[in-house]
Write a protein of this length. Structure first.
Length: 75
């Protein structure tokens, strides 16, 4: 997996974790055949688990009621 830079995510209770952003690729059908297209980003936790970003592009859940927030919006 290609890792983007390491970022610090914070939760409301003060917990901080180090995460990496990785591309979310989907297959797109073209006239020349199938090709991979980056459609967004996913968060790679230090434990190796991949989680999706929420629609706002800044927050993600690691488990039930464990919301973490990045400092900047991911584009």
């Amino acid at each position: 997996m290609l890792r983007t830079n390491d970022l610090i995510a914070k939760s409301k209770n003060g917990t901080e974790i180090i995460v990496s952003l990785i591309p979310l690729n989907k297959m797109q059908n073209t006239r020349q055949g199938l090709k991979r297209v980056e459609v967004g980003k996913r968060v790679l936790l230090s434990s190796g688990i991949e989680v999706d970003l929420n629609l706002d592009g800044r927050t993600f859940y690691t488990s039930l009621n464990q919301l973490f927030k990045l400092n900047h919006k991911v584009v």
